[in-house]
Design a protein around this ligand. Structure first.
Ligand code: FAD
Length: 342
C-alpha cells in the first residue's frame, strides 16, 4: 500500500443515524397520508438495507397503493424504491440530495449488519430474530450483485493486526453504550477468520488473523441503484421538506420516509443520535486486493475501486453532530498505515 498523506484525494465526514432501540420501521396516518417511517439504521444501513426495505414494504403493501413516494435517496431510500418497483409499484423519490451528496456516500462499505445498530440495554423484544431475517434477506440480495460490471459488491480477504492477543478485550469507550453481538446468529453465512503464525504473513504485528469480508464499492453501487430505478420508470424530484405537514401536499397517498439522520430535524425525533465517523481515500491501487485493520490503533483500510479507503473513529464521536473534516486525523491514520510497511 502506498501510504503517504500527499496521496489523499478525498476526506468525508458522516453521522450515523443511531437509535438506542434500533431502526424505526412503522406506519402512521398523518396529514391525510399513510407515512411509513424507515430510518435510523446506525452503522448498518448499507448492510441491512434490502431486508429492512422488505419489512417496510410489508407496511406499504397493506394499503394496496399503485404508486408511492419515497423521501430520501440514501442507502435506505434507494433500496426501498427498488423493492417497491419489484413489487409492481410506481415510485417517485423526493430528496434534498442524491448521490454522491448523500451521507450514505461517506460510509466505509463493509458488510457490518450489527454495527452500532442498537444498544443492548434498549433492544426491543423480538429484535434479534427480526434482525436475523433482515440480515439474511439482505445477504441473499447482495450475492446476486456479485460479478457484474462496476463490481458494486466484492468479497475481499483482510488481515486484522493486533499488539495483544485477540482474546484480550480492548478497553470500552466510556461514551458508547454496549452493543449486542448479533452476527453470532449468522455463522453459517460468515466465513471464519484464521489465526496466522509468524512466517505465514508479511506483517510485523505480534498477532495476525486473516478474515474474509463482503465489501461495497459505494460509488458504482449507488450508480447501479439509481440507473436501475430510472430504467424501471422511477422519477427523482429534488425537494426539501421542512415540516411533515408538507407530506399532505404530495400527490401520492403512501409515503415512505427514508430521511436518515435528516429525520431528526424534520420530525424533531431526538431518538436519533449522531455517531460521527470520518473516511478518507488514497489514490486507487487496483493491485491491492486485501483489507487491513489494526486493532486498538484506530485504523481500517478497504481496497475500494475508488481509492484505498482509510476509516477512523475518534473518542467522543458518539453523540457528536460535528460534520467538519479533521484532515489531521486522516493524515495521522495514513502515517500509522505507513509504519506497518516501514
Ligand atoms: C463513517 C461511516 C461509515 C459507515 N460504514 C458503513 C458500512 O461499512 N456498512 C454499512 O452497512 N453501513 C455503514 N455506515 C452506516 C450507513 O452509512 C448509514 O446507516 C446509511 O447511510 C443510512 O442511510 P439513509 O438512507 O438512512 O440516510 P442518508 O444517506 O442520510 O439519506 C437520507 C436521504 O434523505 C434526504 N433527506 C433528509 N432530510 C430531508 C428533508 N428534510 N427533505 C428532503 N430530503 C431529505 C437526504 O437528502 C438523502 O437523500 C457508515 C456510516 C458512517 C457515518
Amino acid at each position: 500500500m502506498r501510504a503517504t498523506p500527499d496521496r489523499l484525494i478525498d476526506i468525508s465526514v458522516c453521522t450515523r443515524p443511531f437509535r438506542m432501540q434500533g431502526p424505526r420501521i412503522e406506519s402512521e396516518h398523518c396529514f391525510g397520508k399513510t407515512v411509513v417511517h424507515h430510518y435510523g439504521h446506525g452503522g448498518s444501513g448499507w448492510s441491512l438495507s434490502w431486508g429492512s426495505a422488505r419489512v417496510a414494504m410489508g407496511l406499504v403493501l397493506a394499503h394496496r397503493p399503485r404508486r408511492i413516494a419515497v423521501i430520501g435517496a440514501g442507502a435506505i431510500g434507494l433500496t426501498t424504491a427498488r423493492v417497491a418497483q419489484r413489487a409492481g409499484l410506481r415510485v417517485r423519490i423526493y430528496c434534498k440530495d442524491r448521490p454522491p451528496e448523500v451521507r450514505s456516500s461517506a460510509a466505509t462499505g463493509l458488510w457490518t449488519p450489527d454495527s452500532r445498530l442498537c444498544a443492548s440495554a434498549a433492544m426491543p423484544p423480538g429484535f434479534e430474530s427480526a434482525w436475523e431475517a433482515m440480515a439474511r434477506s439482505s445477504f441473499k440480495t447482495y450475492q446476486s450483485l456479485l460479478g457484474i460490471e462496476g463490481a458494486p459488491v466484492e468479497w475481499r480477504d483482510g488481515y486484522a493486526l493486533s499488539d495483544i492477543p485477540f482474546e484480550q478485550p480492548l478497553p470500552d469507550d466510556p461514551d458508547e453504550p454496549a452493543y449486542p453481538d448479533l452476527t453470532a446468529r449468522l455463522t453459517d453465512i460468515h466465513p471464519r477468520s484464521k489465526t496466522l503464525r509468524p512466517g505465514e504473513h508479511p506483517f510485523r504485528a505480534s498477532h495476525v488473523r486473516r478474515f474474509t469480508q463482503m465489501t461495497f464499492n459505494i460509488a458504482s453501487y449507488q450508480r447501479l441503484l439509481m440507473d436501475d430505478f430510472e430504467r424501471e420508470g422511477g422519477e427523482f424530484e429534488t425537494r426539501e421538506f421542512r415540516h411533515p405537514r408538507e407530506f399532505g401536499g404530495l400527490r401520492e397517498s403512501v409515503i415512505v420516509n427514508c430521511t436518515g439522520y435528516g429525520a431528526r430535524e424534520l420530525l424533531g425525533d431526538e431518538s436519533i443520535i449522531p455517531v460521527r465517523g470520518q473516511t478518507a481515500r488514497l489514490i486507487p491501487q487496483p493491485e491491492v486486493d486485501y483489507m487491513l485493520s489494526y486493532r486498538g490503533h484506530n485504523l481500517i483500510v478497504v481496497p475500494r475501486r475508488d481509492g484505498l479507503l482509510v476509516a477512523t473513529q475518534e473518542p467522543h464521536d458518539f453523540n457528536n453532530p460535528d460534520a467538519r473534516i479533521d484532515r489531521a486525523v486522516s493524515e495521522a491514520a495514513v502515517e500509522r498505515l505507513a509504519q506497518l510497511f516501514a
